[in-house]
Design a protein around this ligand. Structure first.
Ligand SMILES: Nc1ncnc2c1ncn2[C@@H]1O[C@H](COP(=O)(O)OP(=O)(O)O)[C@@H](O)[C@H]1O
Ligand SMILES: [Mg+2]
Length: 298
């Protein structure tokens, strides 16, 4: 998986929330004889250059064993991973960033995350739409894993399912299928609270689509949705919006116009050049910034 369209050199002056208590974690590792102070300095430099958290950088440099760090991190520093606890069986294997946080897919998602952080330059809020031209290219897969990787930076993150036509985040995260979600919220404005599932995985909250809606576009065009977006931006450090296939329905354009930043997903050997050009053009006409395109190969 790779991302085109962002300038790599921008990563040098990344400002990110690592969320980990680097000094503390470093100290602990020195005391435990796992790292020398010199290695800590190397890791910190690598972390800064690549927009990683301290532990991600330590593993990338091959200085700490994944298993050692995973145990320490998940217990002491709440780095959200999905371990073998029976309670975690409800999480789909698709959540690769949680199941295999140091595998190649998680690695690819992290480098996309770094590029996104660098491109928006705001350290307070990152809101992105993830959009694909057609169904089945991996838009939802990328949105979910990207959101989880933002949560791994200790950035309070919200994943919003705006695909009110074929919702599937509830099933992916083992949430109540009959639960109310975005469509109920937009239809019944009197709901007293936003039905967000908080900290489904530590740091990652989810607003599912709820029941399938007959008129998604009207709902997403409403002032109520506009107000919600504002609320999310003030409550969360990162907000990732999953969308319905953008060339099949107008929903994704409506959401993109509101958010202003989108990442496109192209599936290798499936998405056509014409579709991707059309998608990009469509989002630009609604004044949405296209930050880059992820080439999803699977
Ligand atoms: N990088 C990937 N690796 C493995 N499976 C993937 C990947 N991207 C997508 N998939 C799988 O492809 C199917 C369609 O993905 P989905 O995210 O639902 O597509 P979309 O939201 O674009 O319709 C799902 O079963 C998903 O798990
Ligand atoms: Mg989808």
């Amino acid at each position: 998986m790779s991302m085109a369209g962002l300038d790599d050199t921008e990563r040098d002056d990344l400002e990110i929330h690592t969320g980990e208590h680097v000094a503390e974690l470093g100290d602990r590792l020195v005391k435990a004889g796992k790292l020398t102070p010199r290695q800590i300095a190397k890791v910190t430099e690598w972390q800064r250059r690549h927009g990683l958290t301290f532990s991600e950088a330590a593993i990338a440099k091959g200085l700490v064993r994944q298993e050692d760090l995973l145990v320490a991190l998940s217990r002491q520093y709440s780095y959200p991973i999905i371990d073998r606890d029976p309670h975690n069986e409800r999480f789909s294997r698709e959540l690769v960033v949680g199941h295999e946080p140091f595998g190649p897919v998680a690695e690819a998602i992290r480098s996309i995350r770094s590029a996104l952080v660098a491109s928006t330059r705001s350290t307070h809020n990152q809101s992105f739409v993830v959009a694909g031209a057609r169904k089945g290219v991996g838009t939802t897969f990328i949105a979910a894993n990207l959101a989880l990787s933002f949560a791994q930076m200790s950035l309070p993150t919200l994943l919003v399912e705006t695909d009110l036509r074929s919702p599937r985040l509830g099933q992916m995260f083992g949430l109540d299928r009959n639960g109310i979600g975005l469509s109920e919220l937009l239809r019944h404005k009197h709901l007293s609270r936003v039905p967000t599932s908080m900290d489904v995985i530590p740091g990652l909250s989810i607003l599912t689509a709820g029941s399938v809606s007959p008129n998604p576009q009207e709902l997403l065009c409403s002032g109520a949705f506009f107000d919600l977006i504002e609320e999310f931006q003030s409550q969360f450090g990162a907000v990732v919006y999953d969308t319905a296939p953008a060339l099949e329905f107008a929903d994704a354009s409506v959401v993109s116009a509101r958010i202003g930043n989108a990442i496109l997903v192209a599936r290798q050997h499936k998405s056509t050049f014409n579709d991707m050009a059309e998608l990009s053009r469509k989002l630009k006409t609604v004044q949405c910034n296209v930050l880059g395109t992820i080439m999803n190969s699977f």
